[in-house]
Design a protein around this ligand. Sequence first.
Ligand code: XMP
Length: 326
Amino acid sequence: TWTMVNIVEEQIERIREQIGDRRAICGLSGGVDSAVAAALVQRAIGDQLTCVFVDHGLLRKGEAEQVERDFVAATGVSLHVVDAQQRFLEALAGVSDPEEKRKIIGREFIRVFEAAEIEVIGEAAEHGEKVEFLVQGTLYPDVVESGGGAGTSNIKSHHNVGGLPEDLEFSLVEPLRTLFKDEVRLVGEQLGLPAEIVWRHPFPGPGLGIRIVGEVTHDRLETLREADAIAREELTRAGLDRDIWQFPVVLLADVRSVGVQGDGRTYGHPVVLRPVTSEDAMTADWARLPYDVIETISTRITNEVREINRVTIDVTSKPPGTIEWE
Ligand code: XMP
């Protein structure tokens, strides 16, 4: 629309004014906010922007590829990918407690991201250039929530964990600071980003790590990724993506259930389908998905995903339940 064209043009102009001919860095999470912020800055300053994507192995099926291939194809952004899957698995080994998992994932993420920042800074320095700006996908509600004033303060990269150079300090570029989520999606469409990214449901930072009840392992992640992909595919096929706020699929890895599959008795795991409707995630209701959609998801998951022999659906609203199981 005309308004979106205006917003995009105006932001591009502002970004150019702020950054000039200097360099910026941006972390991509796979989510819509960081993707749209990066795409805007890319439009404004081209190759002066470097994006960093930490693949922690906790994303859903196809999402890392969507960043590495489709986002790059749509924007022409220069992307620095860190494959940290093994590192995250090792850090999470033996851990079942949800808050402990969150702490580990958050800590490792910051460490890996900062190491990547240092590499990007080093590469720029080889060309006599300095990375001075950090792009963030902060939205208007985030600004209000944090009581944010006129913005663009200098921040230390994250909270500066362990032994990093003192001068790892950036000015913030926050091109989405005045926008609400639905406007960000429209800007994303305007910039030609793939629909899978623009219309992605909210997804927690710790990713599938908090959708495995029990220890996170490579095999469990693979199992959950397959089941989750089927649920998403069938929701999309039914045309219900935009009616649903989020659709977590949770693997009860510490629970076993008996089943009969093929020619024998199995002793596998249940998954829980957790489709919810919500306005802002503060409260939520369990979504009344059509029975035929639930049936297709259940049949496909138990037929196609080894290890899963039972599909259940969560009919708890929030409160008293939360959206996630952990
Ligand atoms: P709950 O489960 O508390 O979730 O109803 C509310 C919203 O927050 C998301 N969520 C998280 N997001 N880090 C995040 O970035 C987290 O640790 C986390 N835990 C929950 C959840 O997906 C929902 O949108």
